[in-house]
Write a new protein. Structure first.
Length: 338
């Protein structure tokens, strides 16, 4: 019952905001509410939604991963290089995913060993991975932010094809949401992440292998970033080192707006997806009304501040309501039952 109340409280609020967004942009430009456009536009922000899933798990455990955007670019370049060297696109995809896992593992190991704030570690590694991606792209004979192209149709159709007349990005997102939902909310691993985020010392005292779980969690984050980068490569038919460069701000906004507590111990996968849709359609709608990318960044920055503040006051309100309800019940309870 409590879970249903939480679902109704915050996630239904996000659903209402998405509906309000559709109405507003639909009035401004009727083409916005075309079902065909709404479904296919998911491909534009699929990488954000995918990265927001593991980011939610990272924040739940009390951490953060600023490097996820750089991991996207690095994995994309690794995929392109292996494709050029072997002409086996599926081997290249595996190499890109493996590169993301290694990058995430490095983040986790450094955080566990140094005990430095994850924000500092992942900020530093983001520059490292971005530089490595740019350097590796030079091995393919490209300069600056030129891309590696020439990918086969089978790979390109992953992000651009359809299944049962529904765009593949919709199916991909639905599949990943189910997987991450089960991992975070219905597995021992997920329960341990919540416990670590609430109190890592208490988790360690109860026998939870905190360090090991944190490293695995960051490896999953790296895997999510790599998958997002590879899907971006498929979508744009080009592997570039700057893919995902602007992703971290939006990804973190989606996770926090979805209900993740920036201090750890709370977060929801469904909320992160709904927030991704809210922000994705916001960007799509702003583009349709001729708002530039730079001006859109202003909206996203304001949304991040408002989401953190909004979730904070929402939790304070719920806590106050629960305390007042408990106090009222205590006062009205018969003296002999006290």
């Amino acid at each position: 019952m409590n879970q249903l109340k939480k679902l109704y409280n915050w996630q239904m609020a996000l659903v209402c905001l998405i509906g309000l967004e559709l109405v507003i942009f639909g009035v401004i430009n009727p083409r916005f509410v075309n079902v065909y456009n709404l479904l296919y536009s998911i491909g534009d922000f699929l990488y954000i939604a995918i990265a927001a899933l593991p980011m939610t798990m990272i924040i739940v455990s009390g951490g953060i991963d600023i490097s996820i955007g750089s991991i996207m670019g690095l994995s994309a370049v690794i995929t392109g290089l292996v494709w050029l060297g072997t002409t086996n696109i599926w081997l290249a995809v595996l190499a890109g995913l493996f590169g993301g896992v290694i990058a995430g593992g490095i983040n986790g190991v450094l955080i566990v060993i140094t005990q430095v704030n994850p924000l500092v570690i992942t900020l530093g590694s983001s520059f490292l991975y971005a530089g490595a991606a740019l350097t590796l792209s030079g091995l393919a004979g490209t300069s600056g932010f030129e891309g590696i192209g020439g990918f086969p149709d089978g790979f390109v159709n992953i992000a651009n094809g359809t299944l049962f007349s529904i765009p593949n990005p919709v199916w991909i997102l639905l599949f990943l949401v189910i997987i991450f939902y089960l991992v975070l909310h219905h597995s021992k691993f997920g329960r341990y992440l919540f416990l670590i985020g609430m109190n890592s010392a208490a988790a360690r005292y109860t026998g939870v292998k905190v360090e090991k779980l944190l490293v695995v969690n960051y490896m999953i984050s790296g895997l999510g970033g790599a998958l997002a980068g590879i899907l971006l490569t498929s979508y744009f038919t080009s592997a570039r080192s700057d893919l995902g460069a602007d992703a971290p701000l939006t990804v973190i906004t989606c996770a926090v707006l979805g209900g993740a507590n920036i201090y750890g111990g709370d977060g929801r996968i469904v909320g992160a997806v709904l927030a991704s849709l809210l922000i994705g359609y916001l960007k799509y709608g702003l583009q349709m009304v001729n708002i530039t990318a730079h001006q859109t960044s202003v909206f996203l920055g304001l949304l991040l501040i408002m989401s953190i503040s909004g979730v904070f006051f929402w939790r304070k309100y719920n806590d106050l309501y629960k305390n007042r309800k408990a106090f009222t019940r205590l006062r009205t309870q018969p003296a002999e039952d006290v």
